[in-house]
Design a protein around this ligand. Sequence first.
Ligand code: ASP
Length: 331
Amino acid sequence: MPDWNIMLSKVAFIGTGGTIASLGKDQFDLLDYNASNQRVDAASLIEHARIQGKIAEIIPINFREIDSTALTNEDWAELAEVCFGLMEDPDLAGIVIGHGTASLEETAWVLSLVLKAKKPVILTGSMRPLTGISTDAHANLAAAVRVASTSSITGVLVVVNDEIHSPRLVTKTHTLRVGAFQSPWAGPVGYVDGPFVRMSKSDNAPQSVFPHLLLRSLPRVDITYSHIGADGTAARAFAAAGAKGIVSAGFGPGMGTPAETAALRDLIEAGLVVVQSSRTGSGLIVDSAQHRQLGIIAGGDIGPEKARILLALCLARGDSRDDIERLFLSL
Ligand code: ASP
């Protein structure tokens, strides 16, 4: 039993599922554990990691036990509502969210855009299942709880593999390695070394720009992926399916093939909003003369998945194309 007489901070742990909550068939099942489709809830995960009462008093909140590829806009809306509710509790130092790594960066980004987080809201996951040999689930959960108990930290952050990342640039860069989460070319904004939590840079994610209720009415926005031979069929099909916006994950400098560009120009004329991003995984799309002539909005350093979320939130709010451009250029 933990010794509650030691004054520990209180941290809520919201379980959503993912590999961090997954049970494999045995300790060597590091790759195929999704086949068993068995995940534990928040309370069992804390019990498994044996950290209750050691770093903080952890309040488990069972939310979902799903693979993060199955999350929906409604799940995001509900998760934001749960976070808002918890942030009202004056006794709570912070919130940790256990999440699948597949879409962790998207949820971190969306929460950073809608939460007025005056406390730390820390997303974590693991690359190896809870039951796997040398699992990173326990260590990542413990590090996330440490960051969430740190009073000088506020806002949405990602903690994986002893690193603290900003939701703006963090991305999963490897399918398997425990060091998969990186902020390419920018690096982490802080570290967790044993009990020491240290921020090395300030977080540059825009925090709480949108009302969270917009998550319940996001319009369709799709991503097209450029490659030699891409002919714009994807963009036209997305528009036909009802997309109000398109994010182009273009070639490195931020452009598609001539045929894709022609398709995007037609769609802009038809009233869609198009944001140019890049398939390279890092770097800046600058507001070039070519983009301006076409009416394409330069996505800056926001990657395609995150540009898609930002564009959808802007459209849900009723922003004009020019408002959206101003927002992207100001980030
Ligand atoms: N399948 C997992 C997910 O829920 C992947 C992971 O968590 O590593 O995203």
